[in-house]
Design a binder for this molecule. Structure first.
Ligand code: PLP
Length: 345
């Protein structure tokens, strides 16, 4: 089958308008990559759903094809979102595709360079606010109430209609439903969407393992975090929009949510790249960090199980994190003998 994006593939199972042709960049259909080395060291059968290979480099494209198609069907000419970065890049790309204006609000100074580059390249109007993501979300909700602007954050139900398709892809690629699905949790749209997808399939469902950053862990702590802090900027969220829905999903799945420190996230991020050759952004490694932490606490629920970790965004989104803590490349003369000596041969 020639791949023509998520609405072409799954539109009959999506609750969105079919009045206009899909606005698509042929998103979805991302690989489920086995992680045998990391899996063996953890004693599990581990797979990575590499969402960084979507058209703008994150899973946000799954929900944006549906949200922008729905907005087009409703006659929207301008869309708006608050974003820690990936939603901005995705909304900007799909808005361009649809011939719409896109306005994005970003928290001042807290956005990874590759995400800002995307949003700007796609021609969005990017506005930084002196406030957090949560402040931005409040502002765009109000703006879309007061003016004819379509809101495309994951509070928009059309977003989940697209994002839920990842659950179906995972099941098909694995040949069964995994025992555990592990993923980072920020606004909790993605964990809610996966659960919706697995539930709509009507068969077995995985247990969910959600991971929040320790400095931005409202669901784990049970209260809003006023000043969320983490270098995993995509999950730097103190008041998740889909908090209640995520809690219900975690409970129904007999799952777990835990906090992981930036050090634990960063260690998992390095291991994915150096042991498996899969480069994701730091936030994306939170699910793996959570899995490693849980296995160290209580091996029995995980041992020998089929486990899928969702890697939500591409490593090139955040080049600064990639080079942090690694010495700059050494410079040598253009001499092969010096080269061999410097690599110890
Ligand atoms: C948006 C995002 C998340 C968090 O997803 P939520 O739906 O907000 O929980 C995690 N990782 C990356 C890379 C993201 O862009």
């Amino acid at each position: 089958m020639v791949w023509r994006g998520l609405i072409a593939a799954f539109g009959d199972r999506m609750n969105i308008s079919k009045a206009v042709p899909p606005v698509t960049l042929f998103e979805g259909n991302t690989p489920l990559i086995p992680a045998p080395r990391l899996g063996a060291s953890l004693g599990v059968d581990l797979f990575l759903k590499y969402e960084g290979l979507n058209p703008t480099g994150s899973f946000k494209d799954r929900g944006m094809t549906t949200a922008i198609t729905q907005a087009a069907a409703e006659g929207a000419e301008t869309v708006i979102c608050a974003s820690t970065g990936n939603t901005a890049a995705s909304a900007a790309a799909y808005a361009s595709r649809a011939g719409m204006q896109c306005v994005v609000l970003i928290p001042d100074g807290k956005i990874a360079l590759g995400k800002l580059a995307g949003a700007l390249a796609y021609g969005a109007r990017v506005i930084a606010i002196s406030g957090s993501f949560d402040d931005g979300l409040r502002m765009v909700r109000e703006a879309s109430d007061k003016a004819p602007i379509a809101l495309v954050n994951s509070v928009n139900p059309a977003r989940l209609e697209g994002q839920k398709t990842a659950a179906w892809e995972v099941t098909e690629q694995l040949g069964s439903v995994p025992d555990w699905l592990c993923l980072p949790v920020g606004n909790a749209g993605n964990i809610s969407a996966y659960w919706l997808g697995f539930t709509e399939s009507g068969g077995d469902r995985p247990r969910l393992l959600g991971a929040q950053a320790a400095g931005a862990a409202p669901i784990v702590l049970g209260h809003v975090v006023d000043q969320p802090e983490t270098m995993a900027t995509a999950i730097r969220i103190g008041n998740p929009a889909r908090w209640k829905q995520a809690e219900a999903a975690l409970q129904e799945s007999n799952g777990n949510i835990l906090a992981v420190t930036d050090e634990e996230i960063f260690a998992a991020y390095r291991r994915l790249a150096t042991e498996e050759g899969v480069f994701c952004e730091p936030s994306s490694a939170a699910g793996v960090a959570g899995l490693i932490k849980r296995i160290n606490e209580d091996r029995t629920a995980y041992e020998g199980r089929k486990i899928v970790c969702v890697l939500t965004g591409h490593g090139l989104k955040d080049p600064d994190s990639a080079v942090r803590g690694i010495p700059a490349p050494e410079t040598i003369p253009a001499d092969v003998d010096v080269l061999l000596k410097s690599i110890g041969m």
